[in-house]
Structure formats: structure tokens, C-alpha cells
Write a protein of this length. Sequence first.
Length: 120
Amino acid sequence: MSASILKNVKPCPPLRLSLQGTRHHLINFIPKLSAASDQKRLRLYHTLLKVIAHKAVPDRPARNEPRVRKRRPKIYPLMTKPRHELRKQLQTAETASVSAFLNAIRDCVVRLCDCHAAKS
């Protein structure tokens, strides 16, 4: 940008510029800028900067919010029951899975014994 363009534009803090207003004015100015000659394009650009700076939003103290998510996405469901009920449910599930595991091992041992006995 040349200094002559910015010389007549009133300075405005970046946080006071309206993002949507800038977008709106830029969309309106693009057809005119693309069809204009170099000299006229420079004047239109100067006008665009003035319009953007003129449409500053009021000062809003303490209005900057962090752009973060409040909760991490987790693979676990939310706790919807009391903790003691969930612990009891987990213990019965663990007992059932341990029983199933031991039964599977026992079945494998029985099959191995049967295979070994059949070969002998």
C-alpha cells in the first residue's frame, strides 16, 4: 500500500473493524475494482479503505472470547447414573468377562488334550 492512500484514512484499531462489514463492502467493490482502470482502481481502493475504517464497531471491553472447545471429545459416554451404580455394573461386567475368558481357556486346553490324545 502506498503512503498516499493511507494518509487520508483515519486510523482505526484492528479489533474495532467489523469483519462482516469489511466482507460486505469488499464483495460490493470487487466488480467495480475488476472493471476499473489503474487510476480509477487506486481511487476505488482508497474509497474502500475509508468505508471500512468509517464502519468501526463500538468499543466492547472484555468481549474477546478464546476460540477453544470447552470439552475434549472423548470416546466414553457421559456419566448419567450415580457413580456407585456404575461401579457395580462395571464389576459384574468384569466378572462376566473374566468368567468368559477362563471358559475359553478351559475349552482350548480341553481341545489340545483331545488333539494330543488322538495323535497318541
